[in-house]
Design a protein around this ligand. Structure first.
Ligand code: ATP
Ligand code: MG
Length: 232
């Protein structure tokens, strides 16, 4: 069986344009953020990604999430040559295979919890009624059955992150990518959210989770440490 995620010698360089009034002979300066990352993540695995601030964790997660492209190297996602796909094919694969959870929950403030969860389904051809049924089921599953009609402002941080988790699950993705999902939560709420991640992993989903927090990382089966753009 192929890996969920297979990275080979991935690099990422951000290019700074030279200042317009500066000496043009200087040329462009490159910031080498990822310096040859090779990593296999198995289907169904729960992996934590740790490393100091600026080590490249979010950059790597963005590449894995098809939100950005590597500068060089090869990337296979669920058997697809992800690097070789054009932008449209990448979006299709992203919508179908990946769910995202971020530190700032990124919920739509004027939409209810239920409407927020329905959102990623609007790109598909699934009827609205079926999406609402699925969203309600997911909100029940994350313990928010009695909060479906609440707007984000009426929900606690932990509850907002639960809505974001339900939203990430709507399209039944194989892989969940999370960047500091407990970064804004107190330790008790953080443990509740991690229990949910464990649940989601046990239901068969692959999880890649970036965290600063040692206790959070312990929930994962494996921790990979990044330092200065390399795996250590
Ligand atoms: N768009 C960009 N242009 C230039 N440099 C960038 C860009 N995005 C990230 N970087 C640089 O890449 C490095 C790694 O950033 P990244 O956000 O991946 O770190 P991180 O490990 O997620 O850090 P944190 O724990 O603080 O979130 C940083 O030095 C940052 O300045
Ligand atoms: Mg980051």
């Amino acid at each position: 069986m192929t890996s969920a995620i297979s990275l080979e010698n991935i690099t990422k360089t951000f290019w700074q344009e030279p200042r317009k009034n500066g000496d043009s002979s200087e040329g462009r300066r490159g910031v080498h953020v990822l310096k040859g990352i090779s990593l296999e993540i198995a289907r169904g695995e729960f992996m934590a990604l740790q490393g100091t601030s600026g080590s490249g964790k979010s950059t790597l997660l963005q590449i894995i999430g098809l939100l950005d492209r590597a500068t060089s190297g090869s990337y296979r996602l669920l058997g697809h040559d992800a690097q070789g796909l054009d932008d449209d094919a990448q979006s299709d694969l992203r919508n179908q295979a990946l769910g995202f959870i971020f530190q700032s929950f990124y919920l739509i403030p004027y939409a209810t919890a239920l409407e927020n969860v329905v959102l990623p389904g609007l790109y598909s051809h699934t009827p609205r009624s079926e999406l609402r049924r699925r969203a309600a089921e997911l909100l029940e599953r994350v313990g928010l059955g009695d909060r479906m009609d609440f707007r984000p402002a009426g929900l606690s941080g932990g509850q907002q992150q639960r809505v974001a988790m339900a939203r990430a699950l709507l399209n039944e993705p194989d892989i969940i990518l999370a960047d500091e999902p407990t970064g804004q939560l107190d330790s008790r709420t953080s443990r509740e959210i991690m229990a949910l991640f464990q649940d989601v992993n046990e239901s068969g989903k692959t999880i890649v989770l970036v965290t600063h927090d040692e206790e959070v990382a312990r929930v994962a089966q494996r921790t990979v440490h990044l330092a200065d753009g390399k795996i250590v």
